[in-house]
Design a protein around this ligand. Structure first.
Ligand code: IDP
Ligand code: MG
Length: 142
């Protein structure tokens, strides 16, 4: 397995419910270490750009409204197999389908307000990290 980086977001519902420490603590326990981090209140343009792949989906407007409702925490996680590991720790998009112990099973209130985002492929991880962070804002742990 290779050391990878992935983009993680603690979504508005997670920040609003004071879950930032719990979510980051879980990543640290699992060996996915933050190497860049920032709190940001996304503008409509920023949220639309981030989720551009979903712009034809029926939930797009609602998703953008949710993601711009209040601040989020964006971070880069670094670790072994970080992209797939983060997706495993997050669980399925719909918490009703998420495995026990996953972040979405534990904390998500529904398929939209599902507490965390994680990149789904190396290509998207690179794109998404770039969307929020420049190289000088990333601090390798290894
Ligand atoms: P993912 O976050 O597990 O990768 P995606 O299919 O990429 O899931 O969807 C992006 C985000 O859009 C989800 O995390 C969730 O917040 C929202 N979303 C996905 N499907 C639905 C839906 O059917 N209704 C409402 N919101 C949805
Ligand atoms: Mg996705």
């Amino acid at each position: 397995m290779a050391i990878e980086r992935t983009l993680s977001i603690i979504k508005p519902d997670g920040v609003e419910r004071n879950l930032v420490g719990k979510v980051i603590g879980r990543f640290e326990e699992e060996g996915l270490l933050p190497v860049a981090m920032r709190m940001v209140h996304l503008s409509q343009r920023e949220a639309e750009g981030f989720y551009a792949v979903h712009k034809e989906r029926p939930f797009f407007d609602s998703l953008v409204e949710f993601m711009t409702r209040s601040p989020v925490v964006v971070m880069v996680l670094e670790g072994d197999d970080a992209i797939a590991r983060n997706r495993e720790i997050m669980g399925a998009t719909d918490p009703a389908e998420a495995d026990e112990g996953t972040l979405r099973k534990l904390y998500a209130s529904g398929i939209e307000e599902n507490t965390v985002h994680g990149s789904d492929s190396p290509e998207n991880a690179a794109k998404e990290i770039n969307y929020f962070f420049s190289d000088v804002q990333v601090f390798p742990r290894g």
